[in-house]
Design a protein around this ligand. Structure first.
Ligand SMILES: *Cc1c(COP(=O)(O)O)cnc(C)c1O
Length: 392
């Protein structure tokens, strides 16, 4: 496939990035080799100088990883993608590749727990300061700007409350201040939301989630312009948080069904959210696809669907939440998401247990909150599994 610009996402997911070897294999090959042989000393020299394209060493050039990068770049509409061993490695590389000590990050308060630890406890020790603001109030982002602000960092929708951020508005504020906007697009994937088209400069993925989509491997990626990705790639090449060829191959093949899966996750999640709203034991349901969601209109303007994550508050607090979780027979009790299998989590005692009760209350993460990452089972079976625990 030469020119990727005329194809729809469904086609790109199946075809983009494929490079065939001398055997002309139909399905993409997995290159399990750490290094590549040169035909001559001159060829080796030309490769190392960057004068001749071609693989050198698998820390920074593996054809399977490059196929996965090219496919994801096509899906996000990015000039370049750099793959990493995990989503956290991708976030670290974004900061290490683009920032320096003395610079400042403005980040949403509602981001992945390990991302908060990375910004506050690790990057903080190296002179990069982070200010946390509301994901839904662009005015707070403007107010948090400093002369040294270099990066805005947001996840939309957020975890677990599914708050939706106005990506266009945040990009405009960042650009006025000479900063970049990075969007962790993990919850939507490019099948539902394309942050670069909405004005973001950088897209970050935990490929561990919907891109693999079947809970098999870890992976991550950073996407953006050639100019921005040069720094990110240099960090990868030098520091080595490299995606393995095996994991890249699994993700590459997983992406072929991305659009189909995201539609099915979304359809199930919307049906489940509507069903939960009708249950008397449920105080409120948070799902961007529901008209009752506080940012429903914004979500429908920048996302194709509401996505696959549903959160809800039980009137009975933690007792009711734990009872519901423990009564399930089909759902998996795990914090992972983006899997074919539906997972159920109690955020206050797991993913968000490092926050104080006061911080959780301020963030809206109550003791009765349950998060479901809706999988691809029949939605009637998911509802039946929950109905027993709600009634019991
Ligand atoms: C899981 C996750 C990450 C971290 O990704 P890993 O692949 O586990 O390192 C980052 N951001 C979000 C939103 C996630 O859900």
């Amino acid at each position: 496939m030469n020119d990727t610009h005329d194809y729809d996402l469904e086609t790109l997911a199946v075809r983009a990035g494929t490079v065939r070897s001398q055997f002309n294999e139909h399905s993409e090959a997995m290159f399990l080799t750490s290094s590549f042989v040169f035909r001559s000393a001159a060829e080796a020299a030309a490769r190392f100088k960057g004068e001749q394209p071609g693989p050198i060493y698998a820390r920074f050039t593996n054809p399977t990883v490059q196929m996965m990068e090219a496919r994801l770049a096509a899906l996000e509409g990015a000039e370049r993608c750099v793959a990493f061993a995990s989503g956290m490695a991708a976030i670290l590389a974004t900061v290490m590749g683009l920032m320096k000590a003395g610079e400042h990050v403005v980040a949403s308060r509602s981001i992945f727990g390990s991302t908060v630890q990375l910004f506050s406890n690790i990057l903080g020790r190296f002179g990069i300061e982070t200010t946390y603001v509301s994901p839904t109030d662009p005015a707070e982002w403007r107010a948090a700007l400093k002369p040294n602000t270099k990066l805005f960092f947001v996840e939309s929708p957020s975890n677990p409350l599914t708050e939706v951020s106005d990506i266009r508005a945040l990009a405009a504020i960042a650009h006025e201040a000479g900063a970049w906007l990075a969007v962790d697009n993990c919850f939507c994937s490019p099948a539902l939301q394309k942050p670069l088209e909405l004005g973001a400069d950088i897209v970050i993925h935990s490929a561990t989630k919907y891109l693999d989509g079947q809970g098999r491997v870890l992976g991550g990626a950073v996407l953006g312009s050639h100019a921005l990705m040069e720094g990110v790639y240099t960090f990868l090449r030098t520091a080595g948080p490299t995606l393995s060829a095996f994991n890249a191959w699994v993700i590459l093949k997983g992406m072929e069904t991305l659009a189909l899966r995201m539609d099915a996750h979304s359809k199930n999640a919307l049906a489940l959210a509507q069903w939960l709203e009708a249950q008397p034991q449920v105080a409120r349901v948070l799902y961007p696809g529901l008209p009752s969601h506080p940012q429903h209109r914004l979500a429908m303007a920048q996302q194709k669907t509401g996505g696959g994550i549903v959160a809800f508050d039980l009137k009975g607090g933690q007792d009711a939440a734990w009872k519901l979780i423990d009564s399930t027979q089909l759902l998996s009790i795990t914090a992972n998401l983006g899997d074919t299998k539906t997972t159920i989590t109690h955020p206050a005692s797991t993913t968000h247990s490092r926050m104080t009760p006061e911080q959780r209350a301020a963030a809206g993460i109550g003791d009765g909150l349950v998060r479901i990452a809706v999988g691809l089972e029949a939605v009637a079976d998911i509802e039946a599994d929950l109905a027993r625990g709600l009634a019991g």
